[in-house]
Design a protein around this ligand. Structure first.
Ligand code: UD1
Length: 416
């Protein structure tokens, strides 16, 4: 069982390269299914969710070679349309294979996706969109049996913005004859990156990053080499870590525009933040001021995935903060762990009222999901004595050895 032990008292200094984005790579891996040739992906981190997506690809007939942080994927022989519960059942992104497999093989059998337990995570928008395009879907024995033999182009208007549903539909439409329009799409940078990846293989996807995406069907996709965008959530985590510990850190390989709402918050906290090309510099020299409020929302609003991390920052900031979580109803599960550490937090439904204390107190705590786990690591960076975080496998879903990155910046942190 892996645990991480953290001790406070060290400022963070130095420079860190951010890996490619987990939430960009996962749908890109599903999209590889559409390519007859070879796809090479660069700067791919060693996240457990990425390994699980590769295992699904292999089970469908793909060949994958990994060297350093490069993945070389050949989907020429893809011929299996089953994504089993054993392989897909504990990651959310497995559902993106649905659109891709329907596009490639015209049929798909897939279990319900898993993922972090951060509340209700339905897939009704995904299924609605596919049904609008003629896919027949039957749910039986925990699996969705999907028949895409009569798929056709059309217009799909989502009731609300969903990253996963937008990505799934985009993939389903790549080979549909004529023009398909998706309306009320998610505008997250990872959606744009997926469209750019598809277009690098010869797809015709226009409008990603706006609410309306148009896809003109093509006959086939060709080989490509692709560098996915930097991970804005990992970058935001290390920025918040610097705000908690103090110090001067440069974050490299990240598009600052992807973190606009987050950088604004850090500046309100009293940090000096500057950006240049693909770099963000943060300098934090005193205890942060609490933000009046943090309200999560769809991009470009404040990302829900950084809410857990900023909750930890607020527990040690000067003043009171109200956090409104608008996307997932189970995103305050780490609060009981933070209370053990002396934090002052009241949770009422989707709202957390935080009163900052000068210092937390180190304790044995347990990660409840990926970002909550990262939040606990950050809390430990400003807690008297040692903090030991259990259930590190959650953190490994989206950080490539968080303890290595933070100790490179000067934190006292190790994996036990
Ligand atoms: C993706 C990210 C996740 C991030 C989330 C929101 C990946 C692998 N995961 O998740 O890290 O926290 O975006 O930025 O990229 N919804 C429905 N019906 C659906 C689908 C979604 O009601 O069919 C709701 C969800 O419950 C949620 C909201 O829509 O309240 C947004 O969810 P969505 O954008 O779909 O998140 P994911 O794609 O699952």
């Amino acid at each position: 069982m892996n645990k991480i032990r953290v001790k406070s008292g060290h400022k963070l200094y130095g420079s860190i390269d951010i890996c490619s984005s987990k939430n960009a790579i996962l749908p890109i891996l599903a999209a590889c299914t559409l390519c007859d040739g070879e796809v090479t992906l660069f700067n791919v981190p060693n996240f457990s969710d990425i390994k699980k997506m590769c295992a699904i690809l292999r089970s469908m007939g793909a060949g994958i070679i990994e060297f350093d942080n490069t993945l070389s994927i050949n989907c020429k022989n893809i011929d299996k349309c089953l994504i089993s519960n054993e392989l897909g059942g504990d990651i959310r992104a497995s559902i993106i294979f649905l659109g891709a497999t329907l596009a490639r093989l015209k049929k798909c059998i897939i279990g319900q996706p898993g993922g972090c337990l951060i509340g209700n995570r339905p897939i009704d928008l995904h299924l609605f969109g596919l049904r609008q395009l003629g896919v027949k879907i039957v749910e039986e024995h925990g699996y969705l049996y999907c028949d895409g033999s009569d798929m056709h182009n059309g217009v799909v208007e989502f009731e609300k913005q969903s990253v996963g549903a937008t990505e799934n539909l985009m993939l389903a439409c790549v080979f549909l004859k004529g023009k398909t329009t998706l309306k009320n799409c998610a505008k997250e940078p990872e959606v744009v990156d997926l469209a750019n990846f598809l277009n690098s293989m010869g797809a015709k996807v226009f409008g990603a990053g706006t609410s309306s995406i148009t896809i003109f069907g093509v006959d086939k996709l060709h080989s490509t080499e692709y560098l996915p965008i930097g991970d804005r959530i990992v970058a935001g985590t290390y920025l918040a870590a610097t705000a908690i510990c103090g110090g001067d850190v440069e974050i490299c390989n990240i598009n600052p525009l992807h973190l606009k709402s987050v950088l604004k918050k850090l500046a309100y906290c009293g940090c000096n933040v500057s950006t240049k090309n693909d770099k963000i510099k943060i300098s934090a020299n005193k205890r942060c001021n609490a933000l009046k409020s943090i309200t999560t929302g769809v991009y470009p609003k404040f990302p829900t995935d950084l809410q857990s991390v900023f909750l930890s920052l607020m527990t040690v900031s000067k003043g009171n903060c109200v956090i409104h979580e608008n996307l997932f109803d189970g995103r305050f599960k780490q609060v009981p762990e933070l209370l053990k550490m002396g934090a002052k937090i009241d949770v009422v439904c989707n709202m957390a009222k935080v009163t900052g204390v000068k210092k937390l107190s180190g304790a044995d705590v347990c990660a409840t999901d990926l970002r909550a786990g990262a939040g606990l690591v950050l809390a430990g960076l400003n807690a008297d004595g040692y903090t030991t975080i259990d259930n590190v496998h959650f953190i490994d879903r989206g950080y490539d050895h968080i303890e290595r990155d933070l100790s490179l910046l000067g934190a006292e942190i190790e994996r036990l």
